[in-house]
Design a protein around this ligand. Structure first.
Ligand code: SF4
Length: 237
């Protein structure tokens, strides 16, 4: 088995519920989508980065693990594109008793179910229609997959949190409709957080918009947080 990695590095987690933790990032190459605010565009082509035999990739991870690393974050691109390899690598990390963390757009619930056993923490990202992730004709299919991923993750008892990126283009009504779909699904375990992440450097939302989004989530879930990408403020990758 082979895997294509764009990069591997240790930094400070700047997103989500575990921000501030020392993290080894394993960035997989390849994502077939095109969110207009994507900040990792270089890793989107499947030809980006470098190809490794799976055992060499395991050694690379091992050699990059430094002391006090809190977790290994599999990110992209989108890790689900290389789900077989990601399962192998995450299993390898788990065997070392280090927490594994999945960052995915959850576009494919079958692939998500395949990798889920090897992850301790999963971020379920919901894309708003304005993200340009997919065109309008494919949006409902995407939402179906994201909702299924959320259900799989919470039913399995994994630490699961939700993230939605918002921008000045995000319409409150569409955001509210999305929330209705999310909180309509019966979840066996509670989510561990709900993060609203404002875009940075492009179509940034203003404070009023952010407070409106916050209030919309608060109806369903009181522990909502607005968290910008903190690593960008300290110039970290
Ligand atoms: S899903 Fe993620 S990696 Fe893919 S284009 Fe959107 S923001 Fe970029």
């Amino acid at each position: 088995m082979k895997v294509r990695l764009y990069e591997i590095f240790t930094s400070i987690e700047g997103e989500g519920i575990l921000y501030g933790t020392k993290t080894l990032f394993v960035r997989l190459a390849g994502c077939p989508f095109k969110c207009y605010y994507c900040d990792t565009k270089e890793s989107l082509p499947m030809s980006s980065g470098k190809e490794y035999q799976i055992d060499d990739a395991k050694k690379l991870i091992e050699n990059n693990l430094i002391k006090n690393t809190y977790k290994v974050n599999f990110t992209g691109g989108d890790p689900l594109v290389q789900s077989d390899a990601v399962s192998e690598l995450a299993k390898f990390v788990q065997q070392k008793k280090i927490m594994t963390y999945l960052e995915s757009s959850c576009f494919d619930s079958v692939k998500f179910a395949q990798v889920l056993p090897y992850f301790d923490v999963v971020k379920i990202e919901f894309k708003t229609p304005d993200s340009e992730f997919v065109d309008q004709a494919h949006y409902s299919k995407l939402l179906e997959n994201e909702l299924q991923c959320l259900k799989l993750a919470t039913d399995s008892g994994k630490i699961t949190y939700i993230k939605i990126v918002v921008s000045s283009r995000t319409r409150l009504e569409q955001f509210k409709n999305l929330l209705k779909s999310i909180f309509d699904i019966p979840m066996k375990t509670q989510i561990a957080g709900f993060i609203i992440q404002p875009t940075y450097g492009i179509a940034e939302p203003d404070l009023k918009q952010l407070l409106d989004f916050y209030d919309a989530v608060h109806i369903y879930y009181k522990e909502v947080r607005i968290v910008p990408q903190l690593h960008k403020f300290i110039g970290a990758p």
